[in-house]
Design a protein around this ligand. Structure first.
Ligand SMILES: [Zn+2]
Length: 315
């Protein structure tokens, strides 16, 4: 069993109105590899040079609004970044776009919420997810990746894409996204300017409980029946039993996301107990275990330099 750079998918956070290009700062626990939409192709060139073929774009808006409708703006950060990457790299880079609204709305919820009643309006949320997916497809996305965990999101997006002439655009669904304690470092970057840490009701209303194995499997089966081309389990390392079980059941590629909390634990762990912080042994062992359990692809927050190290050790 091995892992190569081509097994990895790199998440990139894009946002408008800034020229900053930052890499993951392990000391400060963030931020994640980021780039403004103005210079997105600079870091992507570096990634392509070390063999990355898939990028997952996660956007931040210039400003939030009530429902997060700016997520479907054709001139939003994700849309512009997707256009530029496809213009410069064509089919050599697969552009995957995160489709959600939590980083675009005031509530921080992954659907349109009514905090007065403590619930999500699933139907209105699906309409917005369709609009977002269409705008991403129009910008050249190869895959759209709905991550909101709304019921019926895959079927609804598939219908919208097909009816607008984007039948070739595929769907990577965040099928089993668990309500996890491991998303903290990412949220501290993506939601630093919102009140979303004080949600009136929790995301466990739609994200999966990590205590219920069967529910995760049901969600994955449901997404495949709705037309998902790839399915995802998230987080990863404490979920390898699910990865192993699901891989034996399905015939579409299985993706996992090693989330920010996992990544930071591994990196910080390198400094404990006399380990050599430059060797990345824990990360490599973890990635191999993820592949051994059955995952086809791994989304991971590794910097370009870090990836070069991993490649060197594995070759
Ligand atoms: Zn979300």
């Amino acid at each position: 069993m091995s892992i190569t750079v081509s097994d990895l998918i790199i998440p990139i956070l894009v946002y408008p109105g800034s020229m900053k290009h930052l890499v993951f700062d392990i000391q400060k626990s963030g931020p994640i590899l980021t780039s403004s939409d103005d210079e997105i192709c600079l870091p992507v060139t570096d990634l392509v040079n070390i063999g990355i073929t898939d990028v997952l774009l996660f956007g931040l808006p210039y400003r939030r609004d009530e429902c997060g409708t700016s997520a479907a703006d054709n001139s939003g950060a994700v849309q512009i970044a997707a256009k530029e990457i496809k213009r410069d790299f064509g089919s050599s880079v697969n552009v995957i776009t995160d489709v959600c609204v939590c980083q675009y709305n005031f509530s921080g919820h992954c659907g349109i919420s009514d905090n007065n009643y403590g619930r999500i309006d699933n139907f209105r949320s699906l309409d917005l997810l369709q609009e977002i997916a269409i705008s991403h497809a129009r910008s050249g996305a190869d895959f759209v990746a709905p991550s909101s965990m709304m019921d019926g999101q895959v079927e609804s997006i598939r219908q919208a894409l097909d009816s607008c002439g984007f039948g070739a655009v595929k769907i990577m669904s965040y099928s089993a996204k668990h309500a996890s304690s491991l998303y903290g470092p990412f949220r501290s970057v993506a939601f630093s300017s919102s009140k979303s840490h004080d949600l009136a009701f929790g995301k466990s209303a739609y994200q999966l409980p990590y205590s219920n194995r069967r529910e995760a499997i049901r969600e994955i089966e449901q997404d495949i029946s709705e037309g998902a081309n790839m399915v995802m389990i998230k987080p990863t390392l404490w979920y390898l039993d699910l990865v192993y079980e699901v891989k034996k059941m399905i015939d579409v590629p299985l993706v996992v996301q090693l989330v920010s909390g996992e990544y930071l634990m591994l990196r910080k762990g390198e400094r404990i107990g006399g380990n050599n912080p430059g060797r990345f042994d824990k990360l490599i062992e973890s990635l191999i275990s993820v592949r051994r359990a059955g995952s086809d692809r791994v989304i991971t927050y590794a910097t370009m330099d870090f990836l070069r190290q991993v490649t060197k050790q594995l070759s």
